[in-house]
Design a binder for this molecule. Sequence first.
Ligand code: ADP
Length: 398
Amino acid sequence: MKILVVNAGSSSLKYQLIDMETEQVIAKGGCERIGIEGSLLKAKGNGKEKVYEKPMPNHKVAIELVLSALKDNEIGVIKSMDEIGAVGHRMVASGEFFNKTTLVTEEVIKTLEEKTFELAPLHNPPAVTGLRACMEVMPGTPMALVFDTSFHATMPEKAYLYGIDYDDYKKYGVRKYGFHGTSHKFVSAEAAKYLKKDPKDLKIVTCHLGNGSSISAVDGGKCVDTSMGFTPLAGILMGTRSGDIDASAVEFLARKKGMTHAEVINYLNKKCGVAGISGVSSDFRDLLAGQEAGNARCALALDMFAYQTLKYVGAYAAAMGGLDCIVFTAGIGENTPTVREDVCKNLKFLGVEFDSKTNDQKANGRILEISAKKSKVKVLVIPTNEELVIARETAELL
Ligand code: ADP
């Protein structure tokens, strides 16, 4: 069976077509600038790439174009749409309304719209727009929703609750939900496979370090805590997100900067993090270049990022009462050896023996073991694959 994985944003739509027999990606691409002038689709298939510069006033037109690219006589990989057995949609937030991959029905969409849009106003509404567009263009094809939050549904109450009035948690659903669940799930399972261990016997901290970053504690194959919260703003500082900040400082900043609540939250999401600290960029390649050139604020941003990551690893080792493995993944986790080294060099006391030489190698899509052979705690670099998890979950559901 072939499964189409769709990740729709407000003006973008990324996709992969995965052959489930081989779990290989047979076509992929993305539409950009949907609803904006200059929209285009970059599509890959048959080892070739093609760029379609066509007006895409909405997601329906975008998905129609994607399907025609999948059937294109040059880069196409299917003859008919019937070859697509199902579509798996990435959905960011579930609230407490869905705790696992869910087959789409009108009832499900209604719950999404009524209950989850306000939880993730930037992510869930465009994802549902993409979903509706797919349903229109591919009637009869089963659609599944795979939530970023599902893997974190196993967190115990003591981990996901904030110290607020319990009745308010119950009434409004204000609690930690966590994000990047598909990635944490994938790399923790891959780590167990690589170490030839039963996931039940492993205490793993997974560090998904990308433009958005989150860290999870995975005990016995289940998530028991994670650094992102009610929204993806919480946890360590990120590309442009502040990470954890005293709630009183938020109100103070709003007052000083003359901002509304919404404006200050936007500021904390878009103008802070390593970009705000460095004043240079959210991209770690720019920060590393800045540090190299003697820019003290780039160095500070990198230092803060590693320090905050380190603190979560330590906290989660304590929460699990031990640590067998640390996994680094995503753009920064897979490509920035200095961050990994800065985190691990302070973890000797937990039994981490670091192998700097292997750490400096390029992972190039492979699993890298960057702890020394004798290290009690294994440290691995594992390329993440969120689309494959979405495809697998969709196939399982069917
Ligand atoms: P997201 O999916 O959250 O947008 P990614 O996982 O793609 O983010 O991570 C983006 C980050 O990864 C950027 O800060 C970028 O600098 C970093 N990154 C990607 N490739 C490299 C590289 N080759 N060297 C250093 N950093 C890299």
